[in-house]
Write a protein of this length. Structure first.
Length: 144
């Protein structure tokens, strides 16, 4: 990826273990963004490896945004969020995308610096609104 592409194309990291949810997220982003690059990590350990690599190698550009499920195999979304906030990716906006509607989860995500909390709805049309959340969060970020 050349520098011009990386400045104009948002890079979205998705940490999600459900292939069906990954598909819906991708479709929602396609509906609301003209272009994007989606990097998917299927478990918390793979997300940790990505964060650690970015933390130790400054040539790895930080993503524009991270979408993070709380209920992940190998390491929880909470652990990934804490690790990201204690790394070079500390300023990357992180949107929690989870089936949990727990007030405790919402409060903890906010306390740990999540930019937004999106509860995965059962209804497909409502799930497709995730793209609007992503566009809104990206719009609040400085360019470059």
């Amino acid at each position: 990826m050349n520098q011009e592409t990386s400045l104009s194309t948002p890079v979205v990291v998705l940490v999600e273990d459900s292939p069906a949810d990954t598909y819906i997220v991708r479709q929602s982003l396609k509906m609301h963004l003209t272009q994007f690059e989606l990097r998917v990590f299927e478990d918390g350990e793979k997300a940790f490896s990505f964060i650690d690599a970015a933390d130790s190698d400054e040539t790895i550009p930080p993503p524009s945004l991270m979408l993070l499920d709380l209920n992940l195999p190998r390491r929880s979304g909470r652990e990934v969020l804490v690790r990201a906030r204690n790394s070079r990716l500390r300023d990357v906006p992180i949107v929690i995308v989870t089936s949990s509607d727990s007030p405790v989860d919402r409060a903890e995500a906010a306390k740990l610096g999540a930019a937004a909390y999106f509860r995965k709805p059962v209804d497909l049309d409502e799930f497709m609104a995730l793209g609007k959340v992503v566009v809104s969060v990206l719009a609040t970020q400085p360019i470059g």
